[in-house]
Design a protein around this ligand. Structure first.
Ligand SMILES: Cc1cc2nc3c(=O)[nH]c(=O)nc-3n(C[C@H](O)[C@H](O)[C@H](O)COP(=O)(O)O)c2cc1C
Length: 333
């Protein structure tokens, strides 16, 4: 049972969750069990649509999540231009038909455009992930309800502008009219407090949730995250302008070497970046060098593998303590 509500923000109000903490979509991690654990703990759990190999599998995963929680949860739709794109339309219709109230979207705005109307016509809320306030303002104009702003520290695709969260979040406060979440590098209550003070309406986290009891990934991966420090990640596919922050393992180093010799030639690294390899590492072998897998610099701040409930309760209570301490520093005049 999630503890008492500590913060009331645009995220808690929009989605009906108790705590302003969202689980970011994570390929091969964002399954029903983790999403339900986050929602049961008072956060916004999110299952990752494209991890399911067909729209009907997504329907089954949504139904499984409903059996595990009666709390609100969302679905991540990552809309990327691909050589052979999945049937986004069919996935989106399953999300609508299953009565999901919140979607976290990611990817280029052109991919998002056709779905904004579908989701809004069905009374859903859209939280769009962006790596710059320029993109966020485009999403705002398109009618999304909220944006999640990913700083350069983030796992996955932090964009090509290399702006860290500290500046990006302050810029979001200056530039945006719609509510926004701070994302990328989040893992402590102090950061949640700072984000709220910068005007964020909550935080979204990926890597931190990988190192939880309920994340259905191999213990070796969780151990690597706990042992990681601020230099344990690296950026691959920079030469293709499709930068991805990943765990710095042997495969990532091989990719970097190949990119140095053959910049921009995706065919030369295709086999290394196949999802099947890291899916196997996550779910079967636990070999931390197999494939490349997204991880954020926040690995430096992760020292334990709590339950989602302990993690979220700890975050909000620590954030409240930080804010009380800060206000006690103010001098009465
Ligand atoms: C293993 C992993 C897989 C991810 N897969 C996706 C994905 O499929 N779609 C997406 O929008 N974001 C994806 N992300 C990014 C997260 O949703 C989130 O934006 C990011 O993890 C935030 O940075 P943090 O890890 O520092 O919290 C992934 C992140 C990780 C760690």
């Amino acid at each position: 049972m999630a503890g008492k509500q500590v913060f009331k923000t645009a995220l808690t109000e929009l989605t009906g969750v108790r705590h302003p903490v969202m689980l970011g979509g994570m390929h091969y991690v964002g399954y029903a069990g983790l999403a339900a654990a986050v929602s049961n703990a008072g956060g916004l759990g999110v299952i990752t649509a494209l991890t399911q190999t067909s729209p009907e599998d997504l329907r089954a995963e949504i139904r499984k999540t409903k059996e595990l929680t009666d709390k609100p949860f969302g679905v991540n739709m990552t809309l990327l231009p691909m050589l052979k794109p999945p049937n986004y339309d069919a996935y989106a219709h399953v999300v609508v038909e299953e009565g999901i109230r919140v979607v976290e979207t990611a990817g280029h705005y052109k991919g998002l455009e056709p779905f904004v109307k579908l989701f809004k016509d069905n009374g859903m809320s859209i939280i769009h992930k962006c790596t710059s306030t320029r993109h966020a303002k485009t999403a705002e104009r398109m009618g999304v309800d909220m944006v999640s702003i990913d700083g350069f520290e983030a796992a996955g695709h932090p964009g090509e502008t290399d702006v860290g969260g500290w500046v990006l979040f302050a810029k979001a406060q200056q530039d945006l009219s719609i509510p926004w979440l701070a994302c990328g590098g989040m893992g402590t209550g102090g950061q949640l407090a700072a984000a709220l003070n910068l005007g964020a309406q909550g935080v979204a986290m990926g890597s931190r949730f990988m190192a939880t009891k309920e994340a259905a990934i191999h213990d070796n991966i969780k151990k690597a995250i706990v042992e990681g420090d601020e230099s344990s990640t690296t950026l691959i596919m920079r030469s293709m302008r499709n930068t991805e922050r990943v765990y710095k393992n042997e495969t990532a180093m091989r990719i970097l070497e190949t990119e140095r010799e053959h910049p921009g030639e995706f065919d030369r690294i295709r086999d290394y970046v196949r999802g099947a390899a890291y899916k196997r590492a996550f779910q079967e072998t636990g070999d931390i060098n197999e494939g490349v897998w997204s991880l954020g610099q926040v690995t430096a701040l992760i020292h334990d593998i709590p339950t989602c409930e302990d993690l979220i309760e700890g975050l909000v209570n620590d954030a409240a303590a930080c804010l009380r301490k800060t206000s006690s520093m103010m001098v009465e005049n």
